[in-house]
Design a protein around this ligand. Structure first.
Ligand SMILES: [Ca+2]
Length: 457
């Protein structure tokens, strides 16, 4: 416990130290002047590859293999990747409380000609697989971090594919997926880099899309002293609520779906799920996309079939007004009134019974015609999101509005003296809060809204 406490203290004080350092630096420069540029990262050549399995030592870490990959041995988008060392290993191997074997499996790719930088690759979905540590950054694989000479790590975040999604019921595996795997991998990866090159990374970055973007966003708040930059693409910023909003959307579409129609379950070849896609067919989604383009394509200055003026489009486009209305049976060229209102509801974002947003709204975009949109709305919302909500995520419902005022009299909860403000000890740079004022003994709380009262319980 003491060790953990010391580590926690160090984690908390490091940003403070850095902040003070930056503050001091700012005071010593001319106001308004740009900060001095950082010294460039300095690269190095890889020493040994195979020997790393014997050379490298790190707490709770095992290197299973280290093998050289020749130039061109890995191709990305038809382009050869330079020679590098592929290291595979595991951290924190353990027996879970559910009796299953867990570990944080990872691979690192260490370029022979290293650019002095480290990139932590966040992966998508529920993790559970060690994706090749290619460091895809968006914009195509040839721009990936590995191809640029970064040392790259990728991991399964603490569970295997076979353990998805039951890992969510195992407390430590759940924590590892949430954020602890990244926290454990980061210092290990830097140490491995130091062993491999004789020096640690001069710059460290973490990034990813979707769940990988979530990993990076969590790292912003938890590992601010470990990374110099965060590249976050399309992050699921509150995945439990995102999954819950998916279920909400499925509920909206279900009454419009063809009764009894089914499609294959995406995970179980022997199972089927309701065909929610029949609620808004591919032809109807194309009709909506055309209506969106009619209103919005030119708003970005170019009629190219893409809506880049996203926000302007939300004001310019109206589902009910702009999509052709069916005068007879559905034929793909129009929407019925209930289809329009349902689509408008879903795009506006899921709402709790009290009207508060569950997650986010979705901008109208011509991408509604794509199969990916339909898969998320009509398949994943039925097959995957309920599984996630049931095992991995704990959605946090929006707080209920108060239905009665908080008590103001002393009948239930006598007000205590407000606590004195904290005082600062300038010598130790610490803050101390005086002991809380003693709350008088309270009578049993009879108020209906107990959470606004003190109680004797
Ligand atoms: Ca356009």
């Amino acid at each position: 416990m003491m060790k953990n406490a010391q580590r926690r203290t160090a984690t908390l004080t490091l940003p403070l130290g850095l902040g003070l350092g930056l503050l001091m630096a700012a005071c010593s420069t001319t106001p308004g002047a740009p900060p001095a540029p950082l010294a460039p990262a300095v690269g190095a050549s890889l020493g040994q590859c195979e020997a790393l399995t014997n050379q490298f030592r790190f707490d709770q870490t095992t290197l299973d293999s280290a093998a050289p990959v020749a130039a061109g041995g890995l191709m990305l988008a038809g382009q050869p990747v330079a020679a590098h060392c592929l290291v595979k290993g595991q951290m924190h191997k353990r027996k879970g409380s559910d009796g299953r074997d867990y570990a944080i499996a990872f691979e690192m790719r260490l370029p022979q000609a290293w650019n002095g930088r480290f990139y932590h690759q966040g992966n998508g979905g529920l993790d559970g697989a060690v994706r090749p540590a290619e460091g895809a950054l968006g914009g195509g694989p040839v721009t990936g971090a590995l191809a640029q000479g970064f040392a790259v790590i990728s991991s399964d975040a603490g569970h295997t594919g076979a353990q998805t999604a039951v890992f969510g019921l195992e407390p430590q595996a759940r924590l590892d997926y949430g954020y602890q795997a990244v926290a454990k991998l980061t210092p290990m990866a830097k140490s491995l880099i130091a062993t491999a090159y004789g020096k640690g990374p001069d710059r460290s970055y973490i990034g990813g899309c979707s769940n990988g973007g979530r990993h990076a966003m969590v790292a912003v708040s938890r590992l601010g002293d470990q990374y110099d930059g965060y590249l976050i693409g399309a992050p699921g910023y509150r995945l439990p609520n995102a999954a819950l909003a998916q279920l909400w959307g499925a509920q909206r579409w279900t009454p419009l779906a063809t009764p009894g129609a089914t499609v294959k379950h995406p995970l179980n070849p022997n199972a089927t799920i309701p065909d929610l896609g029949s609620a808004l067919s591919a032809a109807e989604r194309q009709t909506v996309a055309r209506a969106i383009l009619n209103r919005c394509d030119a708003l970005d200055g170019l009629n190219d079939g893409m809506v880049q003026a996203t926000q302007a489009c939300q004001a310019a486009f109206d589902v009910v007004r702009d999509v052709p209305s069916c005068s007879g049976a559905r034929d793909g060229s129009c929407l019925t009134p209930v289809q329009k209102t349902t689509l408008a509801q879903v795009q506006a974002g899921g709402k709790a019974s009290n009207g508060q947003a569950i997650y986010s709204a979705f901008p109208h975009d011509a991408g509604i015609a794509g199969s990916n949109w339909a898969t998320w709305k009509f398949v994943n919302s039925v097959a995957l999101d309920p599984l996630s909500v049931g095992t991995v995520f704990t959605p946090r419902h929006p707080p209920r509005p108060r239905t009665s005022p908080a008590p103001t009299s002393t009948s239930c909860c006598p007000p205590s003296r407000p606590p004195a403000p904290p005082t600062r000890n300038r010598a130790s740079r610490s803050w101390a809060r005086p002991a809380m004022a003693t709350r008088p003994t309270s009578p049993p709380c009879a108020h209906a809204a107990r959470r606004w009262c003190c109680t004797t319980a």
